[in-house]
Design a protein. Structure first.
Length: 330
């Protein structure tokens, strides 16, 4: 993607090959693309982040691609873009839909800028998209990103997603047309949610035109949009439920020392009548949708990272004895 990376804490991007006038400052790990085949003296002509063009001191180059986290200000909710050293991209949540944002923007617009302007790419290519849970302040921005009807909002020509993951607990349509979190049952004196969204085939059946149980409201519309999403090669995007049973996000396991593994700590899966289930918490729907969120931990060197809303989910799980204390992230 880039020809080289900045190896120092900060370095100027100069307007010219000799004088001291500056376009901006580049930071450690910033990637640059060479604009000519050879350097000119001590400076090299490059295109840097944001499509900015100028000259950088050659001795400031020679760095490497970093693990980058972009915690996007989406107001209420979450929006996180992760770029791995191997230049894979993971999108986690996106805030409320644009229609509910005071600014008319959310994480979809940042991701569009990152790929179209910062990288100079014509398409947004995500290696994984994850919706932490089924509340609109988390998946709304993801829906905006994937919704082709809003293509005029994006500079990129298209969006592809290699794999989509969700937590399972969903908003379902009741017999009266209202929403509820599905069927539950009691086992050994404890309550469990048993009606969980599953794989792609299940997502197709609960959003399609046929008869049977259906998802409800915005969550239905979002999952239907995911069903219509394609991979970079034009294949239907795989859809899967994640829990601690998976241990790691598929394709992001501990098999490559240069890439950070993404561990799945929650939600915690139970078996009820030989079917997957989740604990049902007292305190209302919000406690359950948030308490049954995806809880992810990324380990890289001596660093562990967890997003803010997942931290709340983690606290809820530990308090209820559903997450090992040694898995907690400080």
């Amino acid at each position: 993607m880039f020809d080289d990376y900045v190896r120092v804490d900060t370095t100027p991007l100069y307007k010219n090959s000799s004088d001291s006038s500056k376009v901006c400052h580049l930071l450690w790990g910033d990637g640059v693309r060479f604009d000519d085949s050879a350097g000119s003296g001590s400076r090299r002509r490059v295109t840097a982040r944001g499509g900015r063009q100028g000259f950088v001191t050659q001795s400031a180059l020679g760095g490497k691609s970093l693990l980058e986290f972009y915690f996007i200000d989406v107001g209420q909710g979450d929006g996180i873009l992760i770029k791995t050293p191997a230049f894979r991209h993971i999108m986690i949540d996106g805030g409320f839909p644009r229609s509910l944002q005071d600014t008319g923007k959310n994480a979809a617009d940042f991701v569009d800028w990152k790929f179209a302007k910062d990288y100079g790419k014509t398409n947004i290519e995500l290696d994984a998209m994850l919706a932490s849970h089924c509340d609109a302040d988390h998946y709304g921005g993801l829906h905006d990103l994937l919704d082709v009807a809003q293509k005029d909002e994006l500079d990129a020509r298209g969006v592809s997603v290699k794999a989509f993951f969700h937590a399972g607990l969903s908003w379902w349509k009741s017999g009266e047309g209202d929403r509820f979190l599905g069927q539950s049952t009691t086992q050994d004196g404890k309550e469990f949610w048993t009606q969980l969204l599953g794989d792609r085939a299940h997502a197709e059946s609960v959003t399609g035109d046929g008869s049977g149980v259906k998802l409800q409201g915005w969550w239905h519309d979002f999952i239907e949009t995911v069903v219509n999403t394609k991979t970079r090669l034009g294949q239907p995007t795989p859809i899967n439920r994640l829990s601690n049973d998976a241990q790691f996000v598929p394709d992001f396991g501990p098999n490559d020392d240069s890439e950070p593994p993404i561990r799945v700590l929650g939600p915690v899966k139970f078996d009820v009548a030989n079917e997957p289930a989740m604990r049902k918490f007292s305190g209302g729907p919000s406690i359950n949708t948030n308490g049954a969120s995806l809880l992810l931990r990324i380990d890289y060197g001596r660093t562990r990272v967890v997003d803010r809303r997942s931290k709340q989910s983690e606290s809820a799980l530990v308090a209820r004895g559903l997450c090992r204390s040694e898995d907690r992230v400080s």
